[in-house]
Design a protein around this ligand. Structure first.
Ligand code: PEP
Ligand code: MG
Length: 765
């Protein structure tokens, strides 16, 4: 069996091929030689033909490439694809499903080993090896080919998805054909606009490719040389400082670095690319990445290590270029669709709100905090678009479908028109919903339920009031912390909390104490953990840092003077002791302020139920507080063991899972046994169907992103409470989340508000 090292090299080499065709040719070449077989071929599944097409081969006739297509249910290749499992035969011709394709000349080969190429449960193709003599491939061979195919599946899927926008020779040349990329629908709506790529600092892989006009070339070269000069100066300085502590041969490393930065080395290539019209950052990254690729393929370990040096040097130069660029404010076109590897709340703040129409993130899922913020701002969003060729989308025309979770590059006129109609239709729906703004959320048979909102920024307040919100059920205080460069002072916090409290008075405002950790990092307070969602998060951090906690609580209390509408809520509680400890700190803060002579009313105190342990302790916790509020986003993730940010398992994240429903019912019943108010502030409350279900369970308050409030109200006003309770009894018996969704949708549909479901439902209904 070939070695792991061989496997790693093949994958690396294939990964850096420029086109899918090049990748496939390399795959068959390298595998044939690694396994010492006579033939290696790859067939890819063609959806239109419903057949496996021979895409590359080493050993069969080259003229049959692209010509031979094997129908899904035919031949041995068809069988491997259909069964999605390996097939290992010492005499292939004896197999009843053997079919011989004359064009390939494969009659000479007796033994056959085929394995499926599967990406995300989808069979992309079949990889086969054949041998002239009759012999069974051994287990080692089979294991190697299976491993190879598993590794190649991702590369092929990515390459397949990328084909179509660019020609294989010039990565920045637009061919003009339409391409589609799927991801996770994270915030509803449609956006038509222009891609703007936001790259994290000094990351060579995410810098967009951008062309510049001829008159800018000289200036761009000047910029590059200035950055280079700074890096040379830095390296000399480091070299000097370390020279006394290093051996002579070690210190020579700095000379190697400087030689790499010599005008005739890397910089020469970068300048040539700039002269061809590429901007300096893009040119630098293209050259650096190519050298990194070549060095990492070297057999000699010393030379392989040079890839690390080039990456380091490239990053240094890039960071100077970026620093210089950030001195000029970045320009955003009027219909910006922001693209990033990982969209962060801070990025949202960088684009002027009137220009931002959509968001696309390669990583993350619909429950990531960036997605939640996007929903609260009403920005159509696609998350987890893992196959997106992000760096090539700068300045491209995009159509983003936030209902279905897809983005189109260079959409055809017809498709664009279709989406323009949807945007117009949505405007109509909003106008219709505005009419019920001042009416209560009350069912046809007179059951009413308060609808509150989740906020994070000052701007959310007006949006929420315009939509008829009756209170704030969750103010995510960490967001103002996240868009700063250091912890805000007590006075600064008082100021931002006062905006929320004052605008909503006399309605209640629920402020959650700092919930950092997990996927919410503060740039100035990094928390490095292998498993951050099970780590130092929420109340765990603030109880360990009472100074941060107390300053925040003091600020909340001071901001509430004269308004008395503050409620304080604790996140990520997993046992009663945390509540007791936090309550003691809050009491201390209250007493201190009262001692200072400030007339502060005692705020209501609540706990978020978002960790499974807290579900089972809801009654014990309730005895210590005034209200409970379910955080269904985290509760779902922890109950189902499904990372809320991981696109790979997003299909398993389901708020209608029977275990989640049982937990939700248990919390509301137990909370009521102790006589406390029970609300919910997870995203589930903002889904019109979910809201009706939660009302039937007995939740006292539903708190949601402001954007969802009108739709939720319309759904509640359209149904009868008695019918909602009957539906609840029914769904509590069901075992499949999809069946639960169906039952809820049927209720909405029968009530004449099927339109309020998601787009899939609108299309179905
Ligand atoms: C939740 O977990 O449901 C919640 C409301 O909090 P967050 O989404 O901010 O973690
Ligand atoms: Mg939470």
């Amino acid at each position: 069996m070939p070695k792991l090292e061989t496997l790693r090299k093949i994958v690396q080499e294939v990964d850096s091929a420029e086109t899918l065709d090049d990748a496939l040719v390399l795959i068959v070449k390298r595998i044939r030689s690694a396994m010492s077989t006579h033939v290696c071929s790859v067939y890819l599944f063609d959806k239109d033909l419903q057949a496996f097409v021979l895409m590359a081969t080493e050993g069969l006739h080259q003229k049959s490439v692209g010509q031979v297509s094997i129908p899904l249910h035919e031949g041995l290749v068809g069988l491997v694809g259909q069964r999605a499992e390996p097939l290992n035969l010492d005499d292939a011709a004896q197999h009843p499903q053997f079919r011989y394709f004359e064009e390939t000349g494969e009659e000479r080969f007796k033994s056959f080993l085929g394995v499926p190429i599967i990406h995300q449960r989808r069979v992309l193709g079949v990889l086969i090896v054949q041998q002239r003599e009759q012999r069974k491939f051994d287990e080692g061979d089979e294991a190697f080919l299976v491993t190879m195919s598993a590794q190649l599946a991702g590369i092929i899927a990515h390459a397949e998805a990328t084909v179509g926008i660019y020609s294989s020779t010039n990565q920045t040349e637009t061919v003009g054909s339409e391409s589609k990329y799927d991801g996770i629908a994270a915030s509803p709506g449609v956006a038509i606009g222009v891609g703007v790529v936001m790259a994290p600092p000094a990351d060579l892989t995410t810098v967009p490719q951008k062309t510049i006009s001829e008159d800018k070339i000289a200036l761009e070269i000047e910029r590059f040389q200035a950055a280079l000069k700074q890096v040379r100066r830095d390296i000399r300085a480091v070299g000097r400082t370390l020279s006394k502590r290093l051996r002579k041969d070690e210190a020579a490393l700095f000379d190697v670095y400087l030689r790499m930065l010599d005008d005739n080395a890397l910089p020469g290539e970068v300048i040539s690319l700039i002269e061809e019209g590429q901007w300096a950052q893009g040119a630098l990254c293209a050259v650096a990445m190519e050298h990194i690729r070549q060095f990492s393929l070297m057999d000699d370990p010393y030379l392989r290590e040079r890839a690390t040096d080039i990456r380091d040097l490239g990053r240094r130069v890039l960071s100077y270029l970026q620093e210089e660029a950030s001195a000029e404010p970045k320009q955003f076109p009027p219909h910006t669709i922001l693209i990033a590897e990982e969209v962060t709340p801070a990025m949202l703040g960088e684009v002027p709100p009137e220009s931002l129409v959509g968001l696309v993130s390669v990583l993350g899922s619909s429950n990531s905090h960036a997605a939640i913020l996007a929903r609260s701002m009403g920005i159509p969003t696609l998350m987890g678009a893992v196959d997106l060729p992000m760096t090539q989308l700068e300045g491209q025309d995009l159509v983003l479908d936030g209902y279905m979770g897809r983005v189109f590059v260079n959409a055809s006129r017809d498709l664009r028109h279709y989406y323009e109609l949807i945007i117009a239709e949505e405007r109509q729906l909003v106008v219709g919903l505005e009419a019920i703004r001042d009416l209560p959320a009350e069912t046809l048979d007179g059951r009413s339920i308060p609808l509150w909102v989740n906020t994070a920024m000052g701007a959310d307040v007006n949006r929420s009031l315009e939509r008829g919100a009756e209170g704030i059920g969750l103010y995510r205080t960490e967001v103002p912390f996240m868009i700063r460069e250091s912890f805000p002072t007590e006075a600064e916090q008082v100021q931002s909390y006062r905006v929320q409290l004052e605008s909503f008075a006399p309605r209640s405002v629920t402020m959650r104490t700092l919930d950092i950790g997990g996927d919410k990092a503060l740039p100035y307070f990094p928390i490095e953990e292998d498993n951050p969602f099970l780590g130092w998060r929420g109340i765990r951090v603030t109880l360990d840092h009472p100074e941060i906690f107390k300053v925040q609580v003091r600020a909340m209390l001071k901001a509430s003077i004269g308004l008395d509408n503050l409620r304080i809520m604790l996140p990520m509680v997993s046992y009663v002791g945390e509540v007791i400890e936090a309550k003691r700190l809050i009491n201390d803060a209250l007493n201190e302020l009262r001692d200072e002579g400030l007339p502060i009313a005692r705020p209501a105190l609540g706990v978020m139920i978002e960790v499974p342990a807290a579900v089972y302790q809801a009654r014990d916790i309730a005895r210590h507080v005034d209200f409970l509020s379910v955080g269904s986003n985290d509760l779902t993730q922890y109950l189902l063991a499904v990372d809320r940010n991981n696109p790979r398992v997003a299909g398993l994240y389901h708020s209608y899972h029977p275990a989640v429903l049982q937990a939700l019912r248990c919390v509301v019943e137990d909370g009521h046994k102790e006589g406390v108010q029970v609300s919910i502030c997870g995203e589930m409350a903002g889904d019109p169907g979910g809201a009706v279900l939660l009302m039937a369970m007995g939740y006292d308050v539903l708190s949601m992103s402001p954007i969802h409030l009108p739709k939720v109200k319309a759904a509640i006003r359209a149904v009868k409470y008695t019918e909602a309770c009957a539906m609840l009894d029914n769904v509590m018996q069901l075992l499949d989340p999809k069946a639960v969704e169906e039952a809820i949708y049927t209720l909405l549909y029968d009530a004449g508000v099927g339109r309020l479901g998601n787009r899939r439902n609108i299309e179905a209904g």
